[in-house]
Write a protein that binds this ligand. Structure first.
Ligand code: E8X
Length: 599
């Protein structure tokens, strides 16, 4: 799916701003109801989560529908163009109404969806747009919510009978089986974009390296009449290759390749034409792959230095915040990092575009988090497989052309030990499905939670083993001597698997400004001790090819007995101020090379 762009053939109408808004009051039946706007509600910012933008508690505790409304008009100058209404992300379920008529529904809160509205709006008339948004989570959604009382992070603590946390005796509540606040709303931009009636509907670009030359394979999908062509321009605007036709392979002699920062993330511009239409795309010539226990970028062994992140900030919630993304890129560079995982859902497209330009490597993750949380076999009682496949299809369709994306993560911390065989069947088939969809043939993984690694049959089958371990925090708490012992027992196991391993999460909740002469949990000194102790163990293992502390920054969660104003494992505070551990990693990572760190 192409990201909207303005050029000589295409235009954009941005629908950001203050929309009419109200939470469903539960008195008008399921879903959208005209009555939702009996009064004109309040005003709500788009794009943003609605949860932190008002002061009444129901904005954070709401479970169910919310309604947004605004009008728009198509300028006369555009009425002859093809007009498309695009939502970059509406969390989690959306119903779209044009002048009161349901025209589109979409499940999934982190990927774009769109509808051609050409001819659906009257010339010169204000058209009413209503977006109904449902924030409910359960065993059919990704991320997953508990459906009864089985708890994760205090949504219903262990000594409370599950029936109390169930929905029987009160109006439904969301029970997230994941550790981030269930921010909801129109979280990313809404736009109407136009194209000529004969247009380019999709582009697929893959790249290879042949000695000093780069090879760019391209395939256009088009609608209507026209002839297709492509030009590849270098940074100076000089055309270095061109071709006619809707597909082909172009050789760039003496090419400049895309390298992670501090290497040069060189980008060419592919300019495609079809009839009156034109579309351009940044192209980074690079290769990725796994060889033995190494992850190769451009044939060289890469070491992942970075983080698990969140799209999370005060006020905005999970709402798109380009300024914050720019700040995060700056902090990533400042810490000498080279990568991050889009934990635990696809991020806004603009962040991937920034990473293409800034040379930051991305592990691109689906919203499949929280799969489990029951004593039963979640793969038998859950209702999420079809949606999971849809999400993977849409994720690859959206992000397949980014040089910064080097690996797909099918999900985070699913339960793979309660029912190991059905877990294996689920994830192995999904792994093959994901591999089949990516024209770029990127490695595929999922992220495994702390478990009985000998009982877990599936993690070891991934292209790269990605594990989250909290020895010294959630278990063997504060006892770093025992943590090192237990960690090494497990690393001995992974050594035998002969796969590259990334520690995709490890960390310690840390209260900024809490200092102790003798490091103990929650102090800044302990966070440094924890990381320095564990990193020393990684440095002894050639197959450990990456370290991603959890988390880049503090972030908001549901309330619970282990969350003091959210999750505090950040190297940075929520407003991006460095704790001691950020300074520790800045020193460490600026001394570790991106390539050939492990001989
Ligand atoms: C944590 C992280 C959480 O924030 C992340 O979304 C997924 C969790 C660790 C689970 N991984 O809690 O800070 C470890 C459980 C071990 C018992």
């Amino acid at each position: 799916m192409l990201y909207p762009e303005i050029n000589e053939a295409r235009s954009i109408i941005d629908l950001s701003g203050a929309w009419n808004f109200r939470l469903d009051d539960g008195k008008h039946g399921e879903g959208y109801a005209e009555s939702a706007f009996i009064d004109n509600g309040t005003l709500m910012a788009v794009p943003a989560s609605y949860n932190d933008l008002k002061e009444e508690p129901e904005y954070r505790s709401h479970c169910g529908w919310a309604y947004y409304k605004r009008t728009f008009i198509i300028p006369n100058s555009l009425v002859k163009e093809r007009q498309v209404l695009r939502f970059d992300a509406v969390t989690h379920y959306a119903k779209i109404y044009l002048d009161g008529k349901l025209i589109l529904e979409h499940k999934g809160g982190f990927l774009p969806f769109e509808i051609d509205i050409t001819g659906k709006v009257e010339r010169g008339k204000e058209t009413e747009l209503i977006v109904a948004v449902d924030n409910r989570i359960n065993h059919s959604t990704l991320p997953m919510g508990n459906e009864e009382g089985t708890a994760f992070f205090g949504s219903d603590n262990a000594d409370v009978p599950s029936v109390i946390a169930a929905k029987k005796w009160r109006k439904p509540v969301n029970l997230p089986n994941f550790d981030f606040f269930n921010y909801a709303g129109i979280n990313r931009p809404v736009r109407i974009y136009t194209t000529p009636v004969n247009y380019i509907s999709d582009v697929t670009i893959t790249t290879e390296i042949d000695g000093k030359d780069g090879l760019i394979s391209y395939a256009l999908e088009t609608v209507g009449e026209g002839t297709a062509s492509i030009e590849i321009k270098d940074k100076s605007g000089k055309t270095v290759a061109s071709s006619e036709g809707e597909s082909g392979k172009l050789r760039i002699t003496d090419a400049k390749f895309w390298w992670p920062y501090p290497g040069e993330p060189y980008l060419y511009k592919a300019v495609m034409k079809f009839g009156e239409d034109t579309y351009s795309l940044d192209v980074g010539i690079r290769t990725v792959g796994v060889k033995g226990i190494q992850f190769l970028i451009n044939g060289k062994p890469f070491y992942f230095k970075g983080f698990g992140k969140h799209e999370d900030s005060a006020i905005h919630g999970r709402g798109f915040d380009f300024v914050l993304d720019m700040k995060d890129i700056s902090m990533i560079h400042w810490m000498g990092a080279n990568s991050f995982r889009t934990s635990h859902y696809p991020y806004a497209e603009e962040m991937y575009q920034l990473c293409d330009r800034e040379g930051i490597v991305i592990i691109d993750e689906t919203p499949a988090v929280g799969i489990g949380g029951t004593s039963e076999d979640i793969y038998k009682i859950g209702r999420f497989r079809e949606h999971h496949e849809d999400v993977i299809k849409d994720l690859i369709a959206r992000d397949k052309n980014h040089p910064s994306v080097v690996m797909w993560s099918m999900g985070n911390e699913p339960d793979v030990v309660t029912a190991p065989d059905s877990a294996y069947d689920y994830w192995h088939s999904l792994y093959l499905f994901t591999k089949s969809l990516d024209p770029g043939k990127r490695p595929v993984t999922f992220v495994c939670n702390q478990n009985n690694y000998e009982r877990d049959r599936i993690t070891r089958e991934m292209d790269v083993v990605c594990i989250n371990r909290y020895y010294g925090w959630y278990n063997l708490s504060g006892d770093m001597e025992a943590a090192v012992y237990a960690l090494n027992l497990e690393l001995d196991f992974w050594e035998k698997q002969e796969k590259p391993v990334i520690m995709t999460e490890y960390g310690a909740d840390t209260l900024p400004g809490f200092h102790l002469s003798s490091p103990e949990m929650f102090s800044e000194e302990f966070q440094v001790l924890y990381y320095d102790t564990i990193n020393k163990e990684f440095d002894k293992r050639a197959f450990m090819i990456g370290e991603h502390p959890w988390n880049f920054a503090d972030f908001n969660t549901i309330q619970g007995p282990m969350r003091a104003d959210g999750n505090r494992k950040g190297l940075l505070t929520r407003d991006r101020r460095p704790k001691m551990a950020a300074h520790y990693f800045r020193k460490r990572w600026n001394e570790i090379p991106d390539f050939d760190y492990k001989k």
